[in-house]
Design a protein around this ligand. Sequence first.
Ligand SMILES: *[C@@H]1O[C@H](CO)[C@@H](O)[C@H](O)[C@H]1NC(C)=O
Ligand SMILES: *[C@@H]1O[C@H](CO)[C@@H](O)[C@H](O)[C@H]1NC(C)=O
Ligand SMILES: *[C@@H]1O[C@H](CO)[C@@H](O)[C@H](O)[C@H]1NC(C)=O
Ligand SMILES: *[C@@H]1O[C@H](CO)[C@@H](O)[C@H](O)[C@H]1NC(C)=O
Ligand SMILES: *[C@@H]1O[C@H](CO)[C@@H](O)[C@H](O)[C@H]1NC(C)=O
Ligand SMILES: *[C@@H]1O[C@H](CO)[C@@H](O)[C@H](O)[C@H]1NC(C)=O
Ligand SMILES: *[C@@H]1O[C@H](CO)[C@@H](O)[C@H](O)[C@H]1NC(C)=O
Ligand SMILES: *[C@@H]1O[C@H](CO)[C@@H](O)[C@H](O)[C@H]1NC(C)=O
Ligand SMILES: *[C@@H]1O[C@H](CO)[C@@H](O)[C@H](O)[C@H]1NC(C)=O
Ligand SMILES: *[C@@H]1O[C@H](CO)[C@@H](O)[C@H](O)[C@H]1NC(C)=O
Ligand SMILES: *[C@@H]1O[C@H](CO)[C@@H](O)[C@H](O)[C@H]1NC(C)=O
Ligand SMILES: *[C@@H]1O[C@H](CO)[C@@H](O)[C@H](O)[C@H]1NC(C)=O
Length: 492
Amino acid sequence: MLSHIVAVIPLFAGSYGAYLEQRQATTSSSSTSVPQYFQTTPEIYAGPTPTGRAPFLAQSNPAPFGTSRSFIANAPLETALPIAGDTTNSSIFHLMGQLSPYFPNPSGFGVNEYPLPPGANITLVNTLHRHGSRYPTTNASAEKFGKTLTGLIHAHTVNFTGALSFLNTWSYQLGDEILVPVGRQELFDSGVLHYYDYGHLYNTSTKIIARTTTQDRMLKSAEYFMAGFFGLEWTNNATLEVIIEQPYFNDTLAGYFQCNNSNLPVATGGTNASIIWEKEYLQNATARFNAITSGIEWNTSTVYAFQTLCPYETVAFGYSAICDLFTYQEWEGFEYSIDLSFAGNNYFQSPTGKAVGIGYVQEFLARIQNHVLTTGGTQANLTLDGNPSTFPTNQTLYFDFSHDTNMAAILTAFNLTQFAPTLPTNEIDTGRSLIVSHLQPFGARVDIEIIKTPKPVCASRSEAHYEEGEPTTYIHFIINQACLRFKLPFLP
Ligand SMILES: *[C@@H]1O[C@H](CO)[C@@H](O)[C@H](O)[C@H]1NC(C)=O
Ligand SMILES: *[C@@H]1O[C@H](CO)[C@@H](O)[C@H](O)[C@H]1NC(C)=O
Ligand SMILES: *[C@@H]1O[C@H](CO)[C@@H](O)[C@H](O)[C@H]1NC(C)=O
Ligand SMILES: *[C@@H]1O[C@H](CO)[C@@H](O)[C@H](O)[C@H]1NC(C)=O
Ligand SMILES: *[C@@H]1O[C@H](CO)[C@@H](O)[C@H](O)[C@H]1NC(C)=O
Ligand SMILES: *[C@@H]1O[C@H](CO)[C@@H](O)[C@H](O)[C@H]1NC(C)=O
Ligand SMILES: *[C@@H]1O[C@H](CO)[C@@H](O)[C@H](O)[C@H]1NC(C)=O
Ligand SMILES: *[C@@H]1O[C@H](CO)[C@@H](O)[C@H](O)[C@H]1NC(C)=O
Ligand SMILES: *[C@@H]1O[C@H](CO)[C@@H](O)[C@H](O)[C@H]1NC(C)=O
Ligand SMILES: *[C@@H]1O[C@H](CO)[C@@H](O)[C@H](O)[C@H]1NC(C)=O
Ligand SMILES: *[C@@H]1O[C@H](CO)[C@@H](O)[C@H](O)[C@H]1NC(C)=O
Ligand SMILES: *[C@@H]1O[C@H](CO)[C@@H](O)[C@H](O)[C@H]1NC(C)=O
């Protein structure tokens, strides 16, 4: 079996290496110093262990995916909040853009959902996955505001009454960057779901390579996913390739670090648009808060940072008292502020969106055409991508882990023009396709399936399955369990 073990990419820092060695030591050796009753591997008295056939739900599911499904959602958090103006019992946690905990796309992307036609085979799946729910970014506005507010509260320079009274004893207690518990669960659950969908594509006598980045939440997201997909002994089945995520390193899973302009004001048009909209939709809330606050004056910018703490506190603590201070309409406004931000910073209105994402598109095309990547000029790390031991092209399952904005840039580089229309900043465009909570919530996933059919599939699926013609290969895009319209100029 050792011949299947591919060397893990050497890393620049020692801490990760030590971590990995430890993990390998616990999974591959039976230390005699550990008493039997504390020993977990190798197992003894494990009982019978035969397994059944690997599922292939993505191919065998007779039902369409789509809306009005009855499904079992694992929802451990007590978040059944009374939200003013929520007349339809809708969840505000589905209106939080990239800060929404994972939920399947509720409305589809304007495409009818059908099962695979008979005789069609899924031959490959390429999954691009976001990390799970996390703490805020170090020193971003949410954290800065939270710490400033805490300082004012402790200094008694501010007092609150009414709905804001709880703030008199509130303090900012979030960490930075790393996964929170539900974030681990999102990735584990997704691994489980992906096994149901695609387990059949895994050849049990091989070991696949899956890619993530060096960031703690990225590495751990990949590990939780693998544990969900393969089980706790996943290191027998997959090797994680951990690509350096640091400024000026080439990494298609964090492409902005190789695109200087994407980190300059030229690429913040979305942020600017969002600020214009925040001033509009948060006027009422700002007035409400000022009426019950003494010592400071709220403005739309501080109210926005405060609203942003609701999703972060919720996933960190299970409940946040900040959420129901805002009306349903103000949560719709919050979602739209994030949609504007992504549209201008990462999707089609961004001058650097496609540039950040194009390296991953190159990698995807290379994989499905079974060759390593040798032409550069993008974020791809050709040292890794030019070598089949670090860029294998013989897998039927590819798992990559990335970030929200990077995934948005990749979808833009794939030229998914349904997300291209410019959004107005003075009112919500209710007909838009670009809804970030449907695209890049925590734990988001883009599954790209290669499907081979015996004949061309009918454009109108309501009648016959196939037209007359030759065997045909299709690419099927699925984002967060909903099908996407997609046209690629060429196929393998
Ligand atoms: C919302 O939920 C409440 C309590 O379950 C129920 O009485 C009410 O009919 C629901 N309203 C709608 C519009 O579904
Ligand atoms: C965050 O801000 C603090 C205080 O301004 C600073 O000391 C620290 O280096 C910053 N951290 C990062 C990661 O930027
Ligand atoms: C599974 O992998 C083994 C070892 O590489 C190979 O011999 C076998 O043909 C593969 N099976 C299938 C169905 O691809
Ligand atoms: C993982 O690999 C082991 C050892 O090759 C194999 O026995 C097991 O079935 C694999 N797990 C899955 C979920 O296929
Ligand atoms: C490419 O990846 C290798 C292995 O991690 C690393 O040593 C090298 O610095 C990377 N090159 C660039 C340009 O990022
Ligand atoms: C990006 O910025 C770094 C640091 O200033 C610089 O070394 C590098 O040459 C720049 N890259 C490009 C393509 O301009
Ligand atoms: C603000 O309040 C006015 C008056 O009640 C209302 O018409 C408007 O819809 C509210 N706007 C938002 C964004 O809540
Ligand atoms: C806040 O309340 C405290 C205690 O009642 C009082 O001493 C302080 O002056 C108040 N501060 C403001 C800004 O109202
Ligand atoms: C890294 O990216 C730069 C700029 O896109 C490219 O010129 C260079 O060849 C790449 N380096 C590697 C090792 O892939
Ligand atoms: C791909 O090919 C390499 C080298 O021959 C082999 O070690 C590996 O097991 C193969 N992977 C799969 C998934 O077949
Ligand atoms: C992107 O799609 C649009 C609309 O289909 C098309 O006009 C344009 O040429 C495409 N761009 C690229 C780079 O393929
Ligand atoms: C689908 O797979 C079956 C079983 O391996 C094979 O007989 C059939 O030819 C395949 N169909 C296509 C369209 O590739």
